[in-house]
Ligand binder design. Structure first.
Ligand code: ZN
Ligand code: CU
Length: 487
């Protein structure tokens, strides 16, 4: 072995404890990096390095992959991506919940929830008429994180249909198929749907299957914010499985959860159902570690039950961080009227059972995804806190699962499910995406009141071999790549 180990490295992470992202037990080793790759793992004390990171007493893990993001616009507008880098995230999967920033014409109106992809109000985010244009823009102006982009079904609908409150015609379905094919040829890793949301809700299962035909045999995945995460959750799971079988593609259930008190505890039903489906087809799922959700501010009475807190409001930005009920009372309005007046807006909904959140997180194959919305000053704290919260609160403090499992849920498992090659594990030959953290102190500090706070206990974050985050500061490096399918 010794003669194959190079003795000079660009970067040497020395004396740490490696948790390699495969769920194997930790082991002590140095990790040597050269030309952006991991080139050696073991006792490298004989080697020299341009830069050495002392990692004694620290965990050395694969850079985390955020399986569920809405960072499509943020990676261009805010390329340092401190909200993610500071957590140890080195790759973001974009284009979730049916909404992607491309392909969109500049003059196409953007109904909710597409507005979640960029800061509220003007100026509008850039428009990319072709998916390849978005990929090119990212390559030209790289972010600090790698981007694995998906195309959104809602975006395809918005782009091809004059009216969204009806089924797509055969011609519109064909146009959406063409755009999907184009996105796949440009390297999109999958398509996402958000049939829960009004612009996509009128697409039946049959319509979704037809639009997604080009996925079959492509190696790309079908990812879904399901039609119903409340009373109809079981039906929605079955719809998702059926779509996967019809297209013969892997499916990913986004941010699995059970909304509303009437459904508390139903993870005891949904998780065995998911387990059973996994025996016959490829099924994956992700989850964020909080019992409050966040998305557009709804204007239907039924969706405003329970505590609703305003995250952003384009028309009344000063109301961010306040409860809808308080605002409505102050204005002398009902909840629906107040919600209408706050538009365009996003909100935080305290509508889940902590027991379900823990059961879903602890389910073996659940990946970690933040679902963070990078807009406004009072976003849901999951944008900044998801990964350290799983490592600190759920794994270490509550003992929900071992640290090896936590790391796997945010790296190796995710790379496997999304077909992201040579990332997600600490292995010789892999791209050098690495995070160094202190297992004893790592924790989230972002709260609902102060949501934009970086993690504690994350010492170093390396992206494609370049130190990007070190002791609480960004190095300025923007070494992220566009991860297209199969690369
Ligand atoms: Zn969603
Ligand atoms: Cu989402």
């Amino acid at each position: 072995m010794t003669d194959t180990i190079p003795d000079h490295y660009d970067l040497l992470v020395r004396g740490g404890t490696v948790i390699d992202g495969t769920r194997s037990p930790r082991f002590g080793a140095d990790v040597g990096v050269r030309d952006g790759r991991i080139v050696a793992i073991g006792d490298l004390s004989a080697g020299t390095a341009a830069r050495t990171i002392e990692a004694a007493g620290r965990i050395v893990a694969p850079g985390f992959i955020d399986s569920h993001t809405h960072d499509d616009g943020a990676v261009l507008a805010d390329p340092q991506m401190i909200c993610k880098i500071s957590q140890g995230v080195t790759t973001v999967v974009t284009g979730n919940c049916g909404i992607s920033i491309a392909p969109l014409d500049p003059d196409t109106p953007r109904p909710m929830p597409l507005t979640l992809l960029a800061a509220e109000g003007p100026p509008a985010p850039p428009a990319f008429r072709h998916f390849a244009d978005y990929m090119a823009a990212l390559r030209q102006a790289p972010a600090s994180v790698n981007v694995a982009p998906m195309v959104g079904h809602t975006t395809l609908r918005v782009t091809t249909m004059a009216r969204l409150d009806r089924a797509a015609t055969p011609a519109e379905i064909a146009a959406q198929q063409d755009l999907l094919t184009e996105a796949l040829e440009a390297g999109a890793i999958g398509i996402s749907t958000g049939t829960y949301y009004p612009p996509a809700a009128m697409a039946s299962m049959a319509e979704v299957i037809e639009v997604c035909r080009p996925l079959t045999g492509s190696g790309a995945v079908y990812v879904t914010h399901m039609r119903d995460e409340a009373e109809g959750c079981v039906d929605s799971l079955n719809e998702t499985f059926e779509i996967g079988r019809a297209l013969e593609v892997p499916v990913v259930i986004s941010h699995h959860k059970l909304h509303r008190e009437a459904n508390f505890g139903k993870s005891a039903v949904t998780l065995p159902l998911i387990r059973a489906a996994m025996a016959c087809q490829c099924v994956a799922l992700d989850c964020y570690p909080y019992n409050a959700s966040s998305t557009m501010l709804h204007t239907e009475e039924a969706k405003l039950q329970g505590r609703v807190r305003i995250a952003t409001s384009g028309s009344h930005p000063e109301q961010a961080g306040r409860d809808l009920a308080d605002i409505a009372a102050e204005w002398g309005l009902g909840l629906v009227e107040a919600a209408e007046r706050l538009q365009p807006a996003s909100a935080i909904y305290f509508s889940m059972d902590e027991g379900d959140v823990r059961a879903i997180l602890a389910f073996d194959e659940t990946m970690i995804g933040s679902d963070g919305l990078p807009i406004g000053e009072k976003p849901h704290p999951r944008l900044w806190g998801t990964f350290p919260r799983v490592l600190g609160h759920y794994s270490r403090d509550l003992g929900l699962f071992p640290l090896e499992t936590a790391v796997w849920k945010m790296s190796g498992l995710t790379a496997k499910n999304f077909g992201i090659a040579r990332r997600g594990t600490i292995a010789v030959g892999n791209h050098a995406d690495i995070v160094v953290f202190d297992a004893a102190t790592v924790r989230d500090t972002a709260t609902y009141d102060t949501p934009c706070e970086p993690a504690q206990g994350v010492d170093a974050v390396i992206v494609n071999g370049v130190l990007t985050w070190w002791q609480g500061a960004h190095s300025g490096a923007r070494e992220g790549r566009v991860l297209s399918r199969g690369i």
